[in-house]
Design a protein around this ligand. Structure first.
Ligand code: PDD
Length: 281
């Protein structure tokens, strides 16, 4: 596999970052995960815009210009021959002696881009069965709208899910309301076929898949409420699903081991998944 690191394309064994990189010392950086579908970079502009916003929220400057960045993404995809899979993009504040305050202006942010192929049939097989989620308290900081590489609560939540035989964790706040998944946005569909998902604020990541799916939902004429829903509502839902660049639209069939609806992927979630790739590009 070939990695792009600060201006060079390198095999993995040669792609090294500094031991003083602030991403490594402080988690002082941001990232994006972008789906590659049949050779196309899905929702590239929206990912660029979100990365730009994350960087400006943290006052990290772009290491390269937008046009050069677009070329790097294509080059990494091509050099790794990925037709279906993902691009991973990470920008940290750069390397400097460990001090909490920002280093002097002349420190250059570091940019890493990698690509990984994925067999699309795996996701399809998973979508046909649906996934289980567990519920956990949301222990994250209050600005998870910024896509930072500080993912310890997300890592612990995903690990707990795995250890309980589930795939994702749904995080709930002090009021018992679901914010989102550890690496995805959370959705439910009620008795009246109305779709519910948490509104955009500082307590969720504004998923690109979420944004694209909202357009699809509007085009299909389904009712959508961007409102907070409780775990109790989720347990009583007719259908549930998650969205994210890695999972796309993935039906949820169990919460904390108990079935949602019939305990099989619901018709609306399944339909939305099918439409997703026809619309996104
Ligand atoms: N995660 N919420 C969280 C906390 C996420 O980490 C992600 C994505 C999403 C969905 O965003 P999008 O639709 O733009 O992928 C929501 C990526 C895939 C990851 O951490 O690997």
């Amino acid at each position: 596999r070939i990695f792009y690191l600060n201006g060079r394309y390198l095999p993995r064994e040669e792609a090294h970052v500094s031991v003083e990189d602030r991403g490594y010392l402080f988690g002082d950086g941001v990232y994006e995960v972008l789906e590659i579908h049949r050779g196309a970079l899905i929702d590239e502009d929206r990912h660029w815009q979100r990365l730009d916003r994350s960087l400006s929220e943290l006052r990290i400057s772009w290491p390269i210009g937008q046009a050069a960045f677009g070329r790097v993404l294509r080059e990494v995809k091509a050099r790794n021959k990925v037709e279906n899979g993902f691009l991973y993009i990470q920008i940290t504040r750069g390397a400097a002696p460990r001090e909490h305050v920002f280093p002097a202006q002349n420190v250059r942010p570091s940019l890493l881009v990698s690509a990984r192929p994925v067999d699309p049939r795996k996701g399809e097989a998973q979508a046909q069965k649906g996934i289980g989620v567990i519920s956990l308290p949301d222990l994250r900081w209050k600005r998870v709208d910024i896509k930072t590489i500080n993912l310890l609560p997300n890592v612990l939540a995903k690990q707990a899910a795995k250890e309980e035989g589930a795939t994702e964790a749904w995080l709930f706040d002090e009021e018992g309301l679901v914010t989102e998944g550890a690496a995805s946005n959370a959705w439910i569909i009620d008795e009246n076929r109305t779709i519910h998902t948490h509104p955009v604020d500082h307590s969720i990541l504004r998923g690109i898949t979420r944004t694209t799916l909202i357009d699809i939902i509007a085009a299909k004429g389904y009712a959508l409420k961007e409102r907070r829903f409780s775990l109790a509502e989720a347990r009583a839902a007719r259908e549930a699903f998650i969205t994210g660049a890695l999972s796309l639209v993935m039906p949820v069939v169990r919460i904390d081991g108990k079935p949602i609806g019939e305990g099989v992927p619901g018709p609306i979630a399944t339909e939305l998944r099918r439409i997703f790739h026809d619309t996104a590009s």
